[in-house]
Write a protein that binds this ligand. Structure first.
Ligand code: AMP
Length: 218
């Protein structure tokens, strides 16, 4: 099964992905985590990507497409893949099709922008494994330390989660990424979930309902 995770930055894609990959035994491909890994290793790709990421902009399609191409057809992906943060532009969605990857369903987590900005201020992540936390509803068990078994990473705020960058990222999302939902809707592959305080639904409830939906579908 190939699932695409859609939604604005901070909509809960990462948290939902953590659950879905375990429940459905899928390979989790997070392009954001892959890029942060490259930055940590100090590679040329990482240094180039960092400039775009710090400005809240998207990394060029060509860089991302090549990066995903290298892993999407690997052995680990044989049981299925959860694509988190990719595709983020229509050319990336088209490239995925060209790789011969047939998306089964796209889960769009739809949270109002004002809630996103508030959430992002409270979002934290592990500097080692990339696991996400929220100071509000999912704090680490031990302050400042990652909960993941075998990981001793530190909990940090991502540079691109600072308020000015968040606003730039939301603008980019509206312009470049929102059309992807339409792309999958036109193919009858979109599952849209309204979430957040106003909708009265948290990320885990969204995942529960989505899993029920796909189990009925298959
Ligand atoms: P994320 O962790 O998915 O929110 O991604 C963090 C940042 O990495 C984004 O704001 C972009 O700058 C970059 N990035 C991640 N995935 C992509 C992608 N598919 N296309 C372009 N840029 C990306």
């Amino acid at each position: 099964m190939i699932i695409v995770m859609l939604g604005a930055p901070g909509s809960g894609k990462g948290t939902a992905s953590e659950r879905l990959k375990k429940d459905l035994n899928l390979m989790h491909i997070s392009t954001g985590n892959m890029l942060r890994e490259q930055i940590k290793m100090g590679t040329e790709l990482g240094m180039k990507a960092k400039e775009y990421m710090d400005a809240g902009e998207l990394v060029p399609d060509e860089v991302i497409i090549n990066m995903v191409k290298a892993v999407i057809n690997s052995k680990e992906a044989a049981n299925g893949v959860l694509l988190d943060g990719f595709p983020r532009t229509v050319p990336q969605a088209e490239a995925l099709k060209e790789f011969g990857v047939n998306v089964d369903i796209a889960l769009n987590i739809d949270v109002p922008n004002e809630e996103i900005v508030e959430r992002m201020g409270k979002r934290r992540c592990c500097d080692k494994c990339g696991a996400t936390y929220s100071l509000d509803f999912k704090p680490p068990k031990e302050e400042g330390k990652c909960d993941t078994v075998g990981c001793s990473g530190n909990i940090i705020q991502r540079d691109d989660d600072k308020p000015e960058t968040v606003r730039a990222r939301l603008e980019v999302y509206e312009k470049q990424t929102k059309p992807i939902a339409e792309f999958y809707k036109a193919q009858d592959k979109l599952y849209n979930a309204k979430a957040g305080d106003k909708a009265g639904k948290n990320t885990y409830q969204v995942v529960d309902e989505f899993e029920e939906f796909i189990s009925k579908k298959s």
